[in-house]
Design a protein around this ligand. Structure first.
Ligand code: FNR
Length: 181
């Protein structure tokens, strides 16, 4: 199964980026995670949507070729980052490449609540008509105090978090393979 991933932080040491890279490595036998370079997208401009820049066409194609989507969100001021919203807006138009694709949401923050506000908003955005990403209710990964749960190399070190992540990924893949087939 091929999963296209959007990461909402362009910070070099982003925990969310490290989390997706960790998942890419850990679950490589079951899923292939393609990290989309959404940080290269220009600001969405509706005037350009019918004849968009090359990077939009390239990412659109990679989404089309994927079986599922992964969204890794930081929490910025109680919401998702502008960068992630910008990417979702681009791919919610014209070809509607995300509609009816299953999507998994993860998020890590240094605060105790682990991106809960951002994830609630993200799930609402994913429900919008042109976005249309299907999410499995309750299958959530919220990693709070992430600075205590990952090492310098970007490995998740907290056993409970690893077990939890394993179960959420398992549920997601099972859902894609059975209920959605
Ligand atoms: C934050 N941060 C943050 N954290 C949180 O738990 N709730 C919040 O509302 C915010 N707001 C916020 C706004 C802005 C503009 C920044 C830059 C940061 C802290 C944030 O969780 C922390 O920087 C994470 O490390 C960001 O994710 P990455 O870049 O590590 O993936």
């Amino acid at each position: 199964m091929k999963i296209a991933a959007m990461i909402g932080s362009n910070r070099a040491e982003s925990y969310n980026k490290q989390l997706v890279e960790y998942m890419k490595d850990r679950y490589q036998e079951n899923v292939e995670i393609d990290i989309l370079p959404i940080e290269k997208l220009p600001f969405f401009n509706q005037d350009e949507e019918l004849n968009p820049p090359e990077i939009v066409k390239e990412i659109r194609q990679r989404i089309k070729e994927s079986d599922a989507l992964l969204f890794a969100t930081p929490e910025y001021n109680g919401s998702i980052s502008g960068m992630l919203k910008n990417a979702i807006d681009w791919f919610s138009r014209v070809d509607l490449v995300m509609v009816n694709k299953p999507g998994m949401v993860v998020g890590a923050s240094m605060g105790a609540l682990g991106t809960v506000k951002a994830q609630l908003q993200l799930r609402q955005i994913l429900n919008a008509r042109g976005v249309g990403v299907l999410t499995l209710p309750g299958n959530e990964v919220l990693i709070g105090s992430v600075q205590n749960k990952m090492d310098e190399q970007g490995n998740v070190t907290d056993e409970q978090t690893i077990d939890f992540l394993d179960s959420v990924v398992h549920n997601f893949v099972h859902w894609c393979d059975t209920v959605l087939k």
